[in-house]
Design a protein. Structure first.
Length: 230
């Protein structure tokens, strides 16, 4: 499938979720997750009007950067090893996976300008998922004031993939609740107005619960094995 065709369907679903929840389409940004596809396919996504691209590994980001440069708005969405910060920091506009002080310290040290960061929260409590426990999140953010290059624009979470809608919805509504609490702290470096949540299987629910950035890979640009069908 062409990216443009997939996007058309996704746009319909986004509009439906917006209608259900009384939201405006323009509050929501699609991050096209290109981690499984080629730079060519990423280029096609950009031609379809998708300017925000997401990668979860430093190698993947750098490979695509060779071809696309700084034309896309780059999002780093995967768990980030501290020693790899230097490989991506000059290329990314957003980091979705801030989850520890040592990482904040390294980003702050290496960045030449404030970086938009989402604090990743493990709302599902699944051991396999990265992120802070919800109850740790406020204290974590409060101690980031010493880092001048860290700008906390919001929170990020991943819902469990093989479970019912109710559980998924609760992960997202919990994140929204937490976001409002951070916002109430009224910290200059943590406006925390954004919510990065929702992937191919659950972006509709995420939008209904307040997502402002949805990260879509498989249903938009495809997965590694079906790229040949393009
Ligand atoms: C891969 C990935 C996505 C996209 O997942 P799809 O199910 O392919 O849409 C979103 N967020 C993160 C953090 C990912 O690693």
């Amino acid at each position: 499938m062409k990216v443009a065709e997939n996007l058309e369907l996704i746009e319909k679903n986004i509009e439906e979720a917006c209608r259900k929840s009384g939201r405006n389409r323009d509050e929501i940004t699609i991050v096209a997750v290109t981690k499984q596809v080629s730079a060519e396919r990423a280029k096609e996504a950009m031609k379809s009007g998708l300017l925000h691209l997401g990668e979860n590994r430093d190698e993947g980001l750098n490979e695509k950067w060779e071809v696309l440069g700084d034309e896309p708005i780059w999002h780093f969405i995967g768990s980030l090893q501290t020693r790899k910060v230097k490989n991506i920091i000059e290329k990314v506009d957003y980091i979705h996976s801030l989850d520890r002080s040592s990482l904040a310290k390294e980003i702050d040290k290496r960045a030449g300008k404030p970086i938009n960061c989402f604090v990743q929260v493990n709302t599902s409590g699944e051991e396999s998922k990265h992120g802070l426990a919800p109850e740790e999140t406020l204290d974590f953010i409060k101690q980031l004031d010493k880092f001048k290059n860290i700008n906390i624009i919001g929170l990020m979470t991943m819902a469990p993939n093989s479970t019912g809608e109710k559980v998924i919805r609760k992960c997202f509504s919990d994140l929204k609740g937490l976001q409002l609490k951070v916002k109430e702290l009224d910290l200059e470096y943590a406006p925390c107005t954004e919510l990065s949540m929702g992937m191919s299987n659950d972006y509709g629910i995420a939008i209904e619960e307040g997502a402002t950035y949805i990260r879509i890979g498989t249903s938009l640009v495809g997965a590694a094995e079906n790229e040949l069908e393009v």
